[in-house]
Design a protein around this ligand. Structure first.
Ligand SMILES: [Ca+2]
Length: 453
């Protein structure tokens, strides 16, 4: 694959936010652009069969976003009904598996008033412009300001999995009569599937703390990610009727008390446990050779460590062979990931901090792998800069026409960080005062993105 230095032939976008650039990922040049920004904690994103990107915002909005025109339409506003504080709010969403014929959307949100916060799963119908006719599928689940799970996933048999958190009541995770600290399996009408581990219980798996990732992997397997306490975030293979250990086991069954508990309680150990914690969130299985670095890997968004972790599994899918990190510190905290029909990736970014300080850093970012056609169209216009990513020093080579103009470095909001007059066709920039992250380098109307690490 041919390597092209310059790639960014764009003007600054209207709102000053990160617009479009390209980036080498290994040997693959991908295009990166912001599909939408200025959001308030986009939590769940899913590419719909209608060609729109559907997403929730935690304060209580469901939107669909046309990824071509970048037009956002709010289809549900339940801000007044949602209890939103800290991690609670409108969280998970799943479109009906046959959405084109049955346009139903399932969402999970917290409601009530503190300290009596509850969580419910509600089904809406999309009438072409809005979500209407709410039907409660399951409610009165204990919730809290933190640890509310809420990922949804349809299985091939049209039953629905829903993760619930322990809602800070740790023993509930081992209590099979509680709906907390579980993955529940339901029929779409809220009834209990006859082939659940117990035909009288929603409980599918138990011993969970706070599952934030839930999705299909290769070979009909299902994988989850889960937040540990101060240690032991986990990546797990989901098997029905298994105990995942919390709060008696953290991470692997490695301490003496854990080994004893695991031996007696049918505990499924994680495939990976991460200490220090990274705060894993949702995941997808990527299966396309357009992006060979990511092909055949589980891609898991990571909040605290602000990256995508690519996990390589063995063929049976029960052992992690390798882990690699991508997009580290580029977009802030990463909450969710989705894939579109061109095998492009969408990331929901959640700012720089746990608290939602600056909603303008909450965005949906697109990463598009190359096609032969798009590679052929790229042109070597403008200036060259290298290395990229850069650490302390950046070398820039410009064309004669650029001499005398200004070289400006901006942040992704378009704010000017650094500026200098171009007096030489080749010069160096000192980057030691810049924080790690993505910047825009602008010269004579041409803008390129720069990663500082
Ligand atoms: Ca352990």
């Amino acid at each position: 694959m041919k390597k092209i230095y310059i790639s960014l032939l764009i003007l600054l976008p209207l709102n000053g936010a990160f617009s479009q650039s390209t980036l080498m990922i290994g040997n693959t040049e991908v295009t990166i652009d912001t599909v939408y920004t200025g959001l308030d904690v986009p939590w769940e994103i899913q590419y719909g069969p209608d060609g729109n990107l559907w997403f929730t915002e935690r304060k209580g909005l469901v939107s669909k976003l046309d990824p071509v025109t970048k037009t956002r339409t709010i289809v549900l506003d339940i801000v007044d009904d949602v209890y939103q504080e800290y991690e609670a709010g409108l969280l998970g969403m799943a479109l009906h598996p046959d959405f084109e014929n049955t346009p139903e959307v399932f969402i999970v949100y917290t409601y009530g008033t503190s300290p009596n916060v509850l969580e419910k799963l509600v089904k809406y119908t999309y009438n072409g412009t809005a979500l209407v006719n709410p039907v409660i599928v399951l409610d009165n689940i204990t919730a809290y300001t933190t640890h509310n799970g809420s990922r949804l996933l349809f299985l091939p048999d049209n039953t629905l999995l829903m993760s619930t958190g322990d809602a800070q009541d740790q023993p509930a995770a081992q209590d099979l009569s509680s709906l907390n600290g579980k993955i529940l399996r339901l029929n779409m009408d809220g009834s209990i599937p006859a082939d659940n581990p117990s035909p009288t219980s929603y409980v599918y798996t138990f011993g969970h703390r706070n599952i934030q990732g839930l999705n299909h992997g290769p070979n009909d397997r299902i994988y989850i990610s889960e937040h540990g306490p101060t240690t032991d975030d986990e990546f797990q293979l989901l098997l029905p009727d298994r105990n995942y250990g919390w709060p008696d086991v953290e991470g692997y069954c490695d301490l003496p008390a854990e080994q004893s508990f695991c031996g007696q309680n049918n505990v499924e150990e994680p495939l990976m446990a991460w200490t220090p914690t990274i705060a894993p969130s949702d995941l997808i299985y990527y299966d396309n050779d357009a992006f060979p670095e990511l092909d055949d890997k589980i891609l898991m968004t990571v909040l605290k460590d602000k990256k995508v972790r690519a996990i390589t599994l063995n063929v049976p899918g029960n052992h992690v062979m390798d882990e690699e990190d991508y997009f580290t510190d580029m977009f802030g905290r990463l909450r969710d990931i989705a894939m579109g029909p061109q095998k492009e990736l969408y990331l929901a970014t959640n700012g720089a901090e746990w608290m939602n300080i600056d909603p303008n850093t909450h965005s949906i970012i697109r990463i598009t792998p190359p096609t032969d056609a798009s590679l052929g169209e790229l042109d070597n216009t403008g200036f060259q800069m290298y290395p990229n990513p850069a650490k302390n020093l950046l070398t820039i080579e410009v064309k004669a026409v650029d001499l005398g103009s200004d070289c400006i470095i901006r942040d992704l909001q378009g704010k000017e960080i650094q500026q200098q007059k171009i007096t030489s066709p080749k010069f160096m920039l000192d980057l030691t005062k810049l924080e790690k992250g993505v910047y825009l380098v602008e010269m004579n109307g041409v803008v390129q993105s720069l990663i500082v690490n």
